[in-house]
Design a binder for this molecule. Structure first.
Ligand code: AMP
Ligand code: ZN
Length: 130
């Protein structure tokens, strides 16, 4: 049972921004800012760690296209593209999706802050991730 699969199968209504054979984009029901959109594959895949390259490529193309379209049409000044992967990262619906969140100014309804870990040695980190 997946709420996004139900949306894709039209069992639950949604506001469809874009749709093709493989990808759908809908308005997020909880609009963080005006135009907040979710882009996802029609195929059920849990997250970015599970998705195949071909599907990811198709979704990425739509994210790219819609980011430009939505920012232009809403007259936003930028956008955040966000993917939460796993519960620890805040993923609440386990069907891969990318948020496109138009930005209108520093005091709009979204605030992302990074807290750098100063004690990490970059050479050690590089060895770990490469
Ligand atoms: P995440 O926390 O990254 O998994 O995001 C899930 C998003 O799905 C949230 O921003 C919700 O507001 C959104 N959402 C949940 N149910 C619906 C729905 N029925 N239609 C549209 N968006 C939904
Ligand atoms: Zn699903």
């Amino acid at each position: 049972m997946c709420i996004f699969c139900d949306i894709i199968n039209k069992q639950i209504p949604s506001k469809v921004v874009y749709e093709d054979d493989d990808v759908i984009a809908i308005l997020d029901i909880a609009q963080v800012t005006l135009g907040h959109t979710l882009v996802m594959p029609k195929k059920h895949v849990e997250n970015i760690l599970e998705v195949d390259e071909d599907t990811m490529g198709k979704v990425s193309k739509v994210v790219h296209h819609l980011a430009k379209q939505i920012v232009t049409k809403t007259e936003a000044v930028g956008c955040n593209i966000l993917n939460n992967c796993g519960e620890v990262a805040g993923q609440t619906v386990n069907h891969l999706h990318f948020h496109i969140i138009p930005r209108y100014g520093e005091d709009d309804a979204i605030s992302l802050r990074f807290y750098p870990s100063e004690e990490l040695d970059l050479d050690e980190v590089l060895e770990k991730v490469k």
